[in-house]
Design a protein around this ligand. Structure first.
Ligand code: EPS
Length: 372
C-alpha cells in the first residue's frame, strides 16, 4: 500500500493493522542527539489510548513502545528510528460476522473496491489504532521542537455535538483544566454535563461528532514552503489524514467567508500583530504568531444501532457493529491532532534549515516571533 510515509526530511512510515500482531513506525531523517527513551512515549500514548474511561472504546491495550533502532544510550543516533507497539488486546473474533459485509460509513467498501482484498478485523489498516504510531513519532518531534525552538503544540476539545465550551468567565484556554478531565475540555464546570451527555449518546447506541482545536506557540517566522509545500496546505493534509476528519480550518477558517477585509486584517505594529485571523500563516509561511488549526470529526461510524448495507454476495443486508467503540472519536483525536501538527512543524523546520539556514535574523522581527 502506498502513501504510508509522511514528511520529507522527518519522514515517518507507519505499518500494522488493528488486530494484527503489532503496529509500528520508522522515522527516517531524525537529527542525532535528541534524548529519548521508552518512558517518554507513555504520557502522550496514554492520552490517546482506549480503555482509560467509560467514554472511550473499552479495548485495553498496553501501548508500550519498544525502540528497535536509532537510539543509543538514550539519544537518537541519526539512523532510522524503529518503534514497535504490540497489540495486546486484539479480539478479531468480534469481526467474524462482518467479514462478508460492508459496514456503512466505514472504509470497508472503498478498500474492497480499491484493492479487491481487505483485512476485515476491526478497521484493519483503516482503524484509528494506526494513529498510536503518529502520536509516538510526534513525541520525538515535540521534544526537538521544544528543545530547539521552544515550540509547544497543544490541543483541546472545542465542541462535542452541539455542546461548546462556555468561555464567558475564562480569558484563555487553561491547559491544566484541559488535561484534568476525560474530554480535554477547557471548562471544568461543564464536565459533569458532558459526562451525562455522552452517557446518553452511549445508551442510545449512537455516537456524536466533535471539533478539536490545536495551537502551536513559539513557532518562528519563516517555516513553510511556497507554493506547493505551504505550511497551511501541509497542516490541512496532515490533519485531514486523521481517521474521521471531515473538515480543517486554519485561523478563522470558514468564518472568513462572512468577514470583510477590514475585519480580517491582522495589522502589523512594531510591538506585535493586532489580531490573528490568519492563524499564524501568511502566504503559506509562519508569521511568528500562534499557529491555530481546527478540525471537524464525524460521529464514530461503528454504532450499536443497525444500519443498512450490502454484502459480498451482492445482497442488501442489515449490519450491526460488534467490537469496542468510542461514542465520540473526537475526544481521543486531541493528542492525534497535536501529533500531526508537530510532525508537520518538525518537517518544515528541517526543510527551512536546509534551504535558508544561512539567512539568519531578518529585521524587523515583530515581538512574539522567536528567531528562526
Ligand atoms: C477503532 C475501533 C476499535 C477501537 C480502535 C479504533 O477497535 P476494535 O476494532 O478493536 O474494536 O478500539 O481504537 C484502538 C484500538 C486504538 O488504539 O485507538 C476504529 O475502527 O477506528
Amino acid at each position: 500500500m502506498a502513501s504510508n510515509t509522511f514528511g520529507q526530511l522527518f519522514a515517518v512510515t507507519t505499518f500494522g493493522e488493528s488486530h494484527g500482531p503489532a503496529i509500528g513506525c520508522v522515522i527516517d531523517g531524525c537529527p542525532p542527539g535528541i534524548a529519548i527513551g521508552p518512558a517518554d512515549f507513555a504520557h502522550d500514548l496514554a492520552r490517546r489510548a482506549t480503555g482509560k474511561t467509560r467514554f472511550t472504546s473499552q479495548r485495553r491495550e498496553a501501548d508500550e513502545v519498544e525502540i528497535l533502532s536509532g537510539v543509543h544510550e538514550g539519544k537518537t543516533t541519526g539512523t532510522p528510528i524503529a518503534l514497535l507497539v504490540r497489540n495486546t488486546d486484539a479480539r478479531p473474533k468480534d469481526y467474524d460476522e462482518l467479514t462478508g459485509v460492508f459496514r456503512p460509513a466505514h472504509a470497508d467498501y472503498t478498500y474492497w473496491q480499491k484493492y479487491g482484498i481487505r483485512d476485515p478485523r476491526g478497521g484493519g489498516r483503516a482503524s484509528a489504532r494506526e494513529t498510536t504510531m503518529r502520536v509516538a513519532a510526534a513525541v520525538v518531534a515535540k521534544q526537538w521542537l521544544a528543545e530547539k525552538h521552544g515550540v509547544q503544540v497543544r490541543g483541546w476539545l472545542a465542541q462535542i455535538g452541539d455542546v461548546v465550551p462556555d468561555m464567558s468567565s475564562e480569558t484563555a484556554i487553561d491547559f491544566a483544566v484541559v488535561e484534568n478531565n476525560p474530554f480535554f475540555w477547557p471548562v471544568a464546570a461543564q464536565v459533569a454535563q458532558l459526562e451525562q451527555y455522552l452517557d446518553g449518546v452511549r445508551k442510545d447506541g449512537d455516537s456524536v461528532g466533535a471539533r478539536v482545536n490545536v495551537i502551536a506557540t513559539g513557532v518562528p517566522p519563516g517555516w513553510g514552503e511556497p507554493v506547493y509545500g505551504k505550511l497551511d496546505a501541509e497542516l490541512a493534509s496532515a490533519l485531514m489524514s486523521i481517521n474521521a476528519v471531515k473538515g480543517v480550518e486554519i485561523g478563522d477558517g470558514f468564518a472568513s467567508v462572512a468577514q470583510r477585509g477590514s475585519g480580517h486584517l491582522d495589522e502589523i505594529r512594531l510591538d506585535g500583530f493586532t489580531s490573528n485571523h490568519a492563524g499564524g500563516i501568511l502566504g503559506g509561511i509562519s508569521s511568528g504568531q500562534d499557529i491555530l488549526a481546527s478540525i471537524a470529526l464525524k460521529p464514530t461510524s461503528s454504532i450499536l444501532r443497525p444500519g443498512r448495507s450490502v454484502n459480498l454476495a451482492g445482497e442488501e443486508v442489515e449490519v450491526r457493529s460488534k467490537g469496542r467503540h468510542d461514542p465520540c472519536v473526537g475526544v481521543r483525536a486531541v493528542p492525534i491532532a497535536e501529533a500531526m501538527v508537530a510532525l508537520v512543524l518538525m518537517d518544515q523546520a528541517l526543510r527551512h534549515r536546509a534551504q535558508c539556514g544561512d539567512v539568519g535574523e531578518v529585521k524587523p522581527l515583530i515581538p512574539g516571533s522567536a528567531k528562526a
